[in-house]
Design a protein around this ligand. Structure first.
Ligand SMILES: Cc1ncc(COP(=O)(O)O)c(C=O)c1O
Length: 491
């Protein structure tokens, strides 16, 4: 057997560079103890190929001396790595590397590794992501006014619910959703939106986006056709694309989506407030769509995303109330409470309930329980209705101000589409290039959410923007419109 001193003489040059490498890696570690840091440094040295399989390591005494550590630390690190399978210690022979690892790529090499998405994902990756607006920022679309949120009340309700339910809220929950929330929702939806449902037809989700994703997975085979409004909601398009579906656009006019024969299995509509145009689907058209769906045994997704906010006249009750057996009704708290709450719901016919619950349990289990309990209490105690009333008034005045400013300053540049409700106003460019103006606006800290991504093909028939107003105070709206006016004058 070779003595440690002979071994040192033999491998001193190698040891010097190896120790230097281990030392360098050791210095860069952030583990809690010296032992953890040494373990990480050794794992990394083996992982990057500096110590190939079968190489002999210095004794723990020698390593400790080289690294200026205690022998106990070096010994403990060797034992730990032996138990993990990296090292093998042979009595009387020494410590050896037990495994062959392919060197893992470094940060720079990682950046150049090819990434090939699945065929299904390719279309989604290419089409861009769902983009959430920064807040508050003129004219980010779809943001509620969070500065006017009843934060103290929410805090109190959170503490109360935690106290009331204790650890029950910390366990895994029902994939269908917290029962009191489903009960509160079913009453609210019946009263406010004419939705026909019982708590057992409601599934609580993180977002409408999740609902769209789940329905796509459940109801669309790869290559299958789906219809949606054109222009329409990009989030729905992304969900359908991710299921590998073929999307066909449905034309929209001032009475909403225009019905036509030959409907596929799934149709996506925003009946109370077309996204992005703002028109409401007329009763006549609702009945026509439902008759077509009945004939073809199709499902209609009714995305009722912002129907809580109406300013001139109350919107028509939900289409779901006319035909609960054909309609998959979606709603979200992202606009009516706050987006990071991550709570939404769908109301579905009985045959879809169980499959969707199973799907949810496979995807991510369920939504967090405490926020569900707080939201349930917020609705039950009447705070939700009161909050909506206040926000409706606030947004109404902001809508009026934006409309008045755009009309007086920019009417020769922009056509303003009727905005009876919602959180944003759609404007069409009379002339000019949407993309170019948007880039120039961004340089002036003006965010103009573009209309083009709402069109299904690359040739948008209309250019323009969705100007969010709900999250902007009076001065912010005035400042934003002045900046927009200056943008046109600078050309
Ligand atoms: C038509 C439509 N549906 C759904 C949503 C978003 O809801 P969620 O945050 O619950 O996915 C939006 C957001 O802008 C929307 O415009």
């Amino acid at each position: 057997m070779m003595a440690d001193t002979d071994f040192i003489l033999l491998i001193r040059p190698i040891m010097a560079s190896l120790s230097a490498r281990i030392l360098m890696l050791y210095a860069g570690q952030t583990g809690a103890t010296r032992r953890d840091r040494l373990c990480s440094a050794l794992r990394q040295t083996i992982g990057e190929g500096s110590l190939p399989q079968g190489s002999r390591l210095p004794s723990s005494r020698l390593l400790a001396a080289e690294l200026k550590l205690s022998r106990v630390t070096a010994e403990a690190a060797y034992s730990q790595l032996e138990s993990e399978g990296y090292l093998q210690r042979q009595t009387g022979k020494g410590t050896f590397v037990a495994i062959a690892l392919r060197p893992s790529p470094t940060g720079n090499e990682c950046a150049s590794l090819p990434f090939i998405p699945s065929a299904r994902a390719a279309a989604v990756v290419a089409s861009g992501a769902c983009q959430d607006p920064p807040f508050p920022y003129a004219f980010a679309a779809g943001s509620p006014e969070l500065r006017a949120f009843p934060h103290d009340l929410w805090r109190r309700l959170t503490a109360r619910q935690q106290k009331l339910h204790g650890s029950a809220l910390m366990r895994y929950g029902d994939p269908q959703g917290w029962l009191p929330l489903r009960q509160a929702l079913s009453l609210y939806l019946a009263q406010a939106r004419g939705v026909r449902c019982t708590p057992d037809r409601i599934i609580v989700l993180t977002s409408s986006q999740q609902a769209l994703q789940m329905l796509s997975l459940l109801l669309l085979d790869s290559g299958e056709e789906v219809w949606m409004e054109n222009p329409g909601y990009p989030g729905a398009r992304h969900a359908f694309l991710s299921a590998g579906a073929r999307i066909t656009g449905v034309a929209v006019d001032e009475q909403g989506a225009i019905p036509r024969e030959g409907a596929p299995r799934l149709i996506y509509l925003t009946p109370s407030h077309h996204y992005p145009g703002g028109s409401a689907l007329s009763l006549e058209r609702r009945l026509a769509w439902l008759a077509l769906a009945e004939k073809q045994q199709s499902w209609i997704i009714e995305d009722d995303y912002d129907s809580e906010f109406w300013y001139d006249a109350q919107p028509m009750p939900a289409m779901q109330g006319l035909a609960p057996q054909r309609t998959l009704y979606l709603g979200t708290f992202s606009k009516s409470l706050f987006p990071s709450l991550r709570l939404a719901w769908m109301v579905v016919p009985e045959p879809l309930v169980e499959p969707l619950i199973r799907l949810r349990s496979v995807m991510d289990g369920h939504s967090a329980q405490l926020p569900q309990a707080v939201t349930a209490a917020f609705i039950e105690q009447g705070h939700y209705a009161a909050h909506l009333r206040l926000m409706r008034q606030l947004y109404h005045s902001r809508r009026d101000l934006l409309l008045e400013r755009l009309t007086s300053q920019l009417i020769d540049r922009l056509q303003v589409l009727p905005c009876r409700g919602g959180l944003q106003m759609t404007v069409l460019l009379r002339e000019g290039n949407e993309a170019e103006l948007t880039v120039r606006a961004a340089r002036q800290q003006l965010l103009l959410p573009r209309l083009s991504p709402c069109w299904l093909d690359d040739k948008p028939e209309q250019q323009g923007w969705l100007l969010g107003f709900s999250a902007l105070e009076r001065a912010e709206i005035i400042h934003g419109v002045n900046k927009l006016t200056a943008l046109f004058q600078d050309r």
